[in-house]
Each structure stands twice: as structure tokens, then as C-alpha cells.
Write a protein of this length. Structure first.
Length: 486
């Protein structure tokens, strides 16, 4: 589970890397009542001799784009749950999920009980949703009970088709049980819903407590144990790195799933980096690396190319942290091989673009930056309206020290971008201008960045980002005054 955000090679590599069932829909609870005016289930059921339409004959899932209020209204009217995909165009895992997982035909029957929506988290109209629901990992998937507006399901990062189906099945069961007041207070499923609700609200202490209670109550054979363990370490990472590392080391070998095991190891590596004791750091890193070696040696059957590449990339990070530069290089070569094959197999440039970030980072790590430049220039020609190819190109060129070209590329990205992402590109432009010695232009860019953060709506506002932008502006203004005196 790796946060997706970056602006320099070192920061980019550290920050951006966190990624068959029955076709019938989940059974409708007897307690669920059709919306007014809708046909009853009995009236709509086909005669016994009529076979249900196969998945391939059903229309694809339809998503309500960037309009949660309308999606909520539709879900309430139809008596359905609301699934919200909180994504961003710059997030490679988000793109992989959209092109590989969310298009899978086996998900289509879920529309019988679920309204599907997605929100670009950088768009201003989606800020109100982000005021209520924390998104620090992209994508994050929410399942809401529209009658109460409460979270009944939460998944952070990559998921397989099976894992998404199970998320929705469990969320629907929890929603139906709540409607019937059927779950006791200490039921593990109810505790897990409470944990995810607290996690969604950004209350990491309460989330950690609820995850721990659910795990203690359920026992080791609980089917949702891996999901709860990942939630626990993710919550602990925000409040107690030592506890996160302790729990992570104890359970890293048992987590199962398509992307969950590598995501769990990634969180453990993140917590290890925050430990003051070198020996404890190394022990946590070695535990994570051992698990990652096992994952890449035998990838989960339902993992996507993005999942497999992420596992290799996280392993490379872990090996680098342990001082094994050769092992890290080999891991990056394996990561690149997975992504290049996936890009070749993509049916359209938009699908291939899901792998651009990982390929670019691997090329840079392997000293093959020119290949990253060529790839991203070709992608920009294919997708001229997208800010993503020129933004990635600017990052790569900046890392290679080709600042004039980087400045031109980031200007194109800024012209196409919006919301918080545009402000990140302003930060990159200021870094490039500083390298070029353009002090006055750097100060002007940083003032624009500060003003942009000050003007963000509450759901997009970040005090930490604003404070950082103000600090960088003050330093640049001081340097500019010093240069004038000389």
C-alpha cells in the first residue's frame, strides 16, 4: 500500500511505489425492501426454465462520475449500497484497477444491489466527500449505506476481482444485518465495520483498537483476517511506528491475497524507517524482504501485472534499505520486465499508460533514463489532453539534470492540471527554476503555490502542504534578498 505522490527522483521512488467466483449477485436479504415504484423481486424473477444471462451478455458496470450526491440519491431510491472508487489520473494502481479489474464481467451482476460511482480526488466538486472520508492511499474504495451515510466497507489500494467481490458481499451483509439489528456488539464483522468507519474518518487510534478487537474475537481462521491485519498496521503507522513494526513482523508471513501481502510488507518497511533503533530497523526490513522474496517467487494467482510489479518494486526498496544495491537492481530489472510485457499487451494507450510510472522509475534506477524519456514523449503524443505524460516527463528530465527540457514539460502539465495535483507541479517548477538560477521566477511560482493551497476547499486542504510551501517560499525569498545584496 504505497501513497502515490512525487516530485523528485528520491521522493518519487520512496513515495509512489503502496497497489473465479459464482456469477450470481449476493443474495437479497428478506429485510431489504425494493424502492417505491420498483417491481418486486418475485414479480421480476424469470420462470424456472429461463437461464440467467451469462456475464458476457450483461452490460458493463456503469459509474456515476464525480457526482456523489446524485449517486447517493440513486442508491437510496433503489435500495442499494453505494460503491465509491476514489482515484486520481496520476495513480498507476488506479488506472490498472480501472482497465483490468473493474471491467471484469464477473462484477456486472453486483449492479443488482450496488450503485457504482467514482471520483477524481483532485476535482473541486469532490472535496466535500473528502472532508468526511480520508484518502491517503490511491485508490481507496468505499461502500456506503446510503440510508445512514455510513461506511460499511473500505479497501485501500489494489484488489483482485475476487477481493472486490468479497468486499461488496461483506458490506452488503453488514448493511442488511444493521437494518435487521442482527449483529451483536462483539461480532467480528461488526467490529471490522467500526474499524473501517473510524479509518475512513481519519481516527487512526479508534481504528487500531477496533481492528485489534475484531482480530482477537475472530481467531486465526477468520476469512477477513488478512484484510484486518493490513488495516491494523496501516492505522498504527499513523500513531505508533514501534507497534506497527512489532505487529508487522509478527504477521507479515501470514497475510494472503492478491496485493495485500506486498502492501503489508510495504507498510512494515515504512514503519521500519521511522524506528530510532538500527537493530530494530534491520530486523523489520529483513522480515519484510523475506516475505517479498516469497511473493515474487510465487505470485498470487489472481494478482495483476501491476500487483506483481509493485511487489518487485517494494522488494527493490527493501533491499536498497538493507544495503544490497545489486539485489535492488535485479529486482528493478524484474519489475521492468513485468511492466513492459503488460504495456505491450495493453489494447490502447490509456491502458498502457497505467504502467508508465513504474517503467519510468525502473528505467531511472537502471541508468536507462533515455528510454523513459522516449516512452513518455510517445505517450504525450498519444494522449495530448492528459497532464500525466508531460508531468512524468518533467520529473524524469529533472532527475537527469536536463532542466530546460524539464521546465518546458512541467509548463505543459501545469496548463492541463487542476486541484492539488496542479500545486504539486508548481512545486516541481520551482525546484527546476532554482536549479536554473531563476530566483525571481522561483519566488513567483512559490507564491502561486502558497496562494493555491490557501484557496483550496476544506476537503482538499492540507495544513502540512501549506506549511511546507510557506517554508520553501520564505527560504527562496531569503536567498533572493541575499543574491541582491551581493
Amino acid at each position: 500500500m504505497r501513497p502515490r505522490a512525487s516530485l523528485s527522483l528520491s521522493a518519487l521512488a520512496a513515495a509512489l511505489a503502496f497497489a473465479a467466483c459464482a456469477a450470481e449477485p449476493p443474495p437479497r436479504s428478506p429485510a431489504t425492501t425494493p424502492a417505491a415504484g420498483a417491481p418486486s423481486t418475485a414479480a421480476a424473477a424469470p420462470p424456472p426454465a429461463v437461464r440467467p444471462a451469462p456475464d458476457a451478455a450483461r452490460p458493463p458496470l456503469e459509474f456515476i462520475r464525480d457526482d456523489v450526491p446524485r449517486a447517493l440519491e440513486k442508491a437510496r431510491a433503489e435500495g442499494k449500497a453505494l460503491f465509491v472508487d476514489a482515484w486520481a489520473p496520476w495513480c498507476h494502481t488506479c488506472l490498472s484497477m480501472k482497465h483490468v479489474v473493474l471491467t471484469d464481467p464477473s462484477l456486472r451482476p453486483l449492479a443488482d444491489r450496488v450503485v457504482f460511482a467514482d471520483i477524481d480526488t483532485d476535482r473541486p466538486e469532490n472535496a466535500p466527500f473528502l472532508e468526511r472520508h480520508e484518502v491517503t492511499v490511491w485508490p481507496t474504495f468505499f461502500v456506503l449505506d446510503p440510508a445512514r451515510g455510513e461506511v460499511v466497507g473500505l479497501w485501500r489500494g489494489a484488489a483482485s476481482v475476487q477481493e472486490l467481490r468479497e468486499l461488496l458481499r461483506e458490506a452488503l451483509a453488514a448493511m442488511d444485518a444493521q437494518a435487521a439489528a442482527a449483529l451483536p456488539a462483539d461480532d467480528p464483522g461488526r467490529l471490522l465495520v467500526e474499524a473501517k468507519r473510524a479509518h475512513s474518518a481519519g481516527d487512526h487510534a479508534a481504528a487500531a483498537t477496533a481492528y485489534q478487537r475484531a482480530l482477537a474475537k475472530a481467531g486465526k481462521d477468520w476469512p477477513r483476517r488478512s484484510e484486518a491485519l493490513l488495516g491494523l498496521v496501516a492505522a498504527l503507522r499513523k500513531k505508533d511506528a514501534a507497534a506497527c513494526a512489532e505487529v508487522g513482523r509478527a504477521h507479515v508471513a501470514e497475510v494472503k491475497g492478491a496485493a495485500l501481502p506486498a502492501d503489508f510488507a510495504s507498510v512494515l518497511l515504512s514503519c521500519a524507517a521511522a524506528l530510532p533503533d538500527r537493530n530494530a530497523q534491520r530486523a523489520a526490513r529483513e522480515a519484510a524482504v523475506a516475505r517479498l522474496r516469497a511473493i515474487v517467487a510465487s505470485p498470487p494467482a489472481d494478482s495483476s501485472a501491476d500487483d506483481r510489479a509493485d511487489a518487485w518494486g517494494i522488494l527493490a526498496d527493501g533491499l536498497q534499505a538493507l544495503g544490497d544495491a545489486g539485489g535492488a537492481r535485479a529486482a528493478n530489472e524484474s519489475k521492468l520486465a513485468v511492466l513492459e510485457q503488460a504495456a505491450r499487451e495493453a489494447k490502447a494507450p490509456e491502458g498502457a499508460a497505467a504502467h508508465d510510472y513504474g517503467r519510468a522509475m525502473a528505467y531511472l534506477a537502471l541508468g536507462r533514463g533515455e528510454e523513459a524519456v522516449a516512452m513518455l514523449k510517445e505517450r504525450e503524443a498519444q494522449m495530448p489532453d492528459s497532464y500525466e505524460p508531460p508531468a512524468r516527463l518533467a520529473q524524469v528530465l529533472h532527475a537527469m539534470g536536463r532542466e530546460d527540457e524539464a521546465l518546458s514539460a512541467v509548463e505543459r502539465a501545469i496548463g492541463r492540471a487542476y486541484g492539488p495535483r496542479r500545486l504539486r507541479f508548481l512545486k516541481l517548477r520551482a525546484e527546476i527554476q532554482e536549479k536554473l538560477g531563476r530566483r525571481a521566477e522561483q519566488v513567483a511560482t512559490l507564491r502561486e503555490e502558497v496562494a493555491g493551497y490557501e484557496a483550496l476547499p476544506k476537503g482538499h486542504a492540507s495544513q502540512a502542504s501549506l506549511d511546507d510551501a510557506r517554508r520553501r517560499l520564505a527560504e527562496a525569498e531569503k536567498a533572493q534578498r541575499g543574491a541582491k545584496k551581493r
